[in-house]
Structure formats: structure tokens, C-alpha cells
Design a protein. Structure first.
Length: 206
């Protein structure tokens, strides 16, 4: 018996997951530039129009994938379960371990940032970043602030400064900008150890 048509191989509810899995495989293997709707659907074994009913277009599909990355990053920050410095370390280490996903999440114009799934994942992540102690009560309060757009200036300034420092360090690490400095160190260290020491050297803002 011949194989069924590609678009009928997946149950309706399984097709979105299959497309996201295919997109992630391409992302991790070849980077953001390799992501296209045709490449993703081909990797999933379905027709190039199969994604439209579920995601609308490539921007919608990649927004869902980026939201998955944000959920993973949030989980990594929660798992750090320590001081704000450990939260910062977990943030940068996730970026280093998942550089292509990090680029898609924060540095790509390919995603639709207005997708509800992306906005919800971003709000949950930013609540952790805005309140590193991440107790259930404070995180819930911060999530409400993010959703409502309510921050007073001291909170906004503190949040912006802390996130800017940590995110900037993540970008330097994922772009390979720390390697020239590492090559000049008297005693060689790994990228992650340099990041760890850099975070420890920052004043109590973190």
C-alpha cells in the first residue's frame, strides 16, 4: 500500500508539534537563517501549506517556537533557586547553550511578537527577571505588573539596568566576543567561568 499523502500523516492535534519539532531541529542544526516555511514543512514530511491552519505563516510558527524557548529559559531561572547572581548566571548559560534559540527569541525579526502565546511566555519570563527572588507571591505580582504595564520609575530603572547588564553579557558570550579576552588571560578559563567571574564582579545591582 502506498504511503498516505504527506499532509494526512499526522493527527490534526499532532501536526503543530511535528512542525515545531522540525523547526527546532533546523534551528539548532543550521541557525535562524535556515528557517523557512518550506524547509520546516519538508522536514516534517507534510505539504508546504500544512502549517497555515495552525500558525498562519512563518512568523506565527516561529513565534510559537520562540515562546517555547522563553518557557525553557524561565524554567532555568526558577531552577537556579538562589540569589539574583545565580539567576543572572542561569540566564547567560542558557543563552550560551542554546545560542540559536536565544537569537530567535530576542534578536530575530522573523517572529510575530504579537502572538498571544509569545506575549504570555514573555510576560512570565520578564516577571522572573523583574523579581529574581521569584517567590510565588512576588512573581504573581510582577506578572500582573507586566500584563498591566504598571511600573513606577525606580522599579523600571532597576529592572532595565539589571536586565541590560545580563542580556548584554549573554550577547557578548553567544557572539564569541569574549574569546579575544580569554586568549589573553594569564590562566586560561572556560567561557562559562569567565561569565561567572564577570557576574560576581558586578556591584550589588545583581
Amino acid at each position: 500500500m502506498p504511503d498516505p499523502e504527506p499532509a494526512t500523516r499526522y493527527h490534526h492535534g499532532a501536526l503543530p508539534d511535528a512542525l515545531l519539532s522540525a523547526a527546532r531541529l533546523i534551528l539548532e542544526r543550521d541557525g535562524v537563517a535556515a528557517l523557512s516555511l518550506r524547509a520546516i514543512t519538508r522536514a516534517a514530511g507534510v505539504s508546504h501549506t500544512a502549517a497555515v491552519p495552525h500558525f498562519g505563516d512563518l512568523a506565527g510558527l516561529l513565534a510559537e517556537l520562540a515562546a517555547t524557548g522563553m518557557d525553557e529559559l524561565r524554567a532555568a531561572l526558577v531552577a537556579a533557586d538562589g540569589t539574583s547572581r545565580l539567576i543572572a548566571e542561569a540566564y547567560v548559560f542558557y543563552a550560551m547553550d542554546h545560542a540559536h534559540m536565544f537569537e530567535l527569541m530576542f534578536r530575530s525579526d522573523l517572529i510575530d511578537r504579537n502572538r498571544p502565546r509569545y506575549r504570555e511566555a514573555a510576560s512570565a519570563l520578564f516577571a522572573i527577571l523583574a523579581e529574581p527572588s521569584h517567590s510565588s507571591a512576588t512573581v504573581a505580582q510582577e506578572e500582573d505588573k507586566v500584563k498591566d504595564g504598571i511600573y513606577d520609575m525606580p522599579d523600571a530603572a532597576r529592572y532595565t539596568a539589571a536586565w541590560g547588564l545580563v542580556h548584554g553579557l549573554a550577547v557578548l558570550a553567544t557572539d564569541g566576543r569574549l574569546d579575544p579576552l580569554r586568549s589573553r588571560l594569564k590562566d586560561p578559563v572556560s567561557r562559562k567561568e569567565l561569565v561567572r567571574q564577570a557576574i560576581l564582579s558586578v556591584p550589588p545591582l545583581l
